[in-house]
Design a protein around this ligand. Structure first.
Ligand code: G3I
Length: 379
């Protein structure tokens, strides 16, 4: 991995216009705020940084071949997170079949371009997203499960330390239907302490990285049990002294549409976030996007509702000084995982991200910029 970062060099040279020019990029039109490469255009990561926040995106290794996408990521982002490449099912699809190639490629891209990197995720505590061979493993003792966690987390978090400055140590451990922990080979052998143990192992392997519990509980209707379960888990982790710094709030809005973010739902959501920050945790918005499955096909209408929701949601979340990260789950519509999830009946392309499939900024990008500009400063 390169040690001298492009963004560090460009910062010395001065500004994003120079950044675009040095990279040989042709800055495209971006938004009424300005045009990339002119004085009026301010990249989102700079707007975020001015308020003490980090802005970035998820990316898959395959997207490294999409040069127009890379141009947007280089221009707008300060942070990268691997969409799938740092998951256990990618890194260890079979016992002893270690596969670091896609995760390394993304880390190299981040490092070569002066981006920071978050890690997602050391243990996805959900049997659906663990490889079959691991789901079928019955650890004979708690000690055997601990040894696996020590070895896997040690190797993965250790490999990217200190470059990856923050890890989702555990992802989605709480079953939204019951609020209880999902069963995995680790919880079968160790009980709930499997979750705590992963945090301790991550701290040992990457002592400089902040550690988050990441999940998809949200403001949406029907998420009450999920929110309660997450609060119980966070309380338990803290009372057991686990080294947890933040709650990762994924910030997908999946089932409820953007126009269903009502004042009543916002009140209940705020009560949840209040409890989290009351425990002394930071908030990371780790996977922001907006699903438009049930909105009519009119593009102008969808973009307007999505932008309006984006502004309202971010205004609420950024009003907490504890919110330190805002990561989009993809920056260009055609690459969004949502295109294949809850498909639209009319089959038109969804518009869940900041840039359309022609790489043009959408009103959602302006809404993110406006929310960042309006956000209070934080330490
Ligand atoms: O790479 C294979 C390809 O070889 C194969 O031909 C194809 C056929 O299905 O599958 C490809 O893998 C897919 C992979 O994404 C890469 O595109 C998997 O099937 C698919 O399940 C996987 O989906 C990812 C999903 O997590 C499950 O890991 C999505 O891209 C990714 O956006 C999504 O991200 C999650 C976060 O990690 C956690 N929070 C929710 C979020 C959205 O579901």
């Amino acid at each position: 991995m390169t040690r001298f970062t492009r963004r560090q060099a460009l910062t010395l040279l001065g500004g994003s216009a120079v950044a675009a020019a040095c990279a040989g990029q042709t800055p495209g039109p971006v938004s009424p705020e300005g045009v990339a490469g002119t004085d009026a255009f301010v990249p989102l990561h700079e707007l975020a940084q001015a308020k003490g926040l980090r802005f970035g995106t998820a990316m898959s290794a395959g997207q490294l071949d999409d040069l127009r996408y890379l141009e947007i990521v280089r221009r707008e982002c300060g942070v990268l997170v691997a969409e799938n490449a740092h998951k256990l099912y990618t890194i260890l699809p079979q016992p002893d079949a270690w596969n670091f190639a896609p995760g390394d490629a993304l880390a190299d891209f981040a490092q070569d371009n002066g981006l920071g990197m978050r890690g997602h995720t050391l243990i996805w505590s959900h049997p659906r997203w663990l490889p079959d061979w691991l789901n079928e493993t019955e650890f004979a003792t708690a000690g055997e499960a601990e040894a696996f966690l020590d070895s896997y987390i040690g190797r993965v978090a250790g490999r990217y330390s200190p470059f990856i400055y923050s890890w989702d140590a555990i992802n989605e451990a709480v079953d939204p239907a019951t609020g209880e922990l999902r069963e995995t080979p680790f919880t079968r052998a160790m009980g709930p302490e499997a979750i705590d143990y992963a945090f301790f192992a991550a701290k040992e392997a990457a002592p400089g990285a902040t550690l988050a519990y990441n999940d998809y509980m949200s403001w949406e209707g029907g998420h009450e049990t999920h929110r309660t379960g997450v609060l119980r888990l966070l309380e338990r982790l803290i009372s057991n002294g686990a080294p947890i710094d933040a709650l990762g709030i994924q910030s997908h809005s999946n089932e409820d549409m953007p126009n269903e973010y009502t004042p009543e739902k916002q009140r209940a959501w705020r009560a949840f976030v209040d409890e989290v920050v009351g425990m002394g945790l930071d908030i990371y918005l780790t996977e922001f996007d907006v699903n438009d499955t049930d909105l009519g096909p009119d593009i102008e209408m969808r973009d307007r509702l999505i932008a309006s929701y984006t502004r309202d949601y971010l205004d609420l979340m950024l009003s907490y000084p504890q919110t330190k990260e805002l990561l989009a789950w993809g920056m260009v519509d055609k690459h969004s995982w949502l295109q294949g999830f809850m498909p639209r009946e009319d089959d038109v392309e969804k518009r869940p991200t900041l840039y359309d499939s022609n790489y043009q900024a959408k009103p959602m990008r302006e809404a993110v910029a406006a929310a960042l500009r309006a956000a209070p400063d934080r330490a």
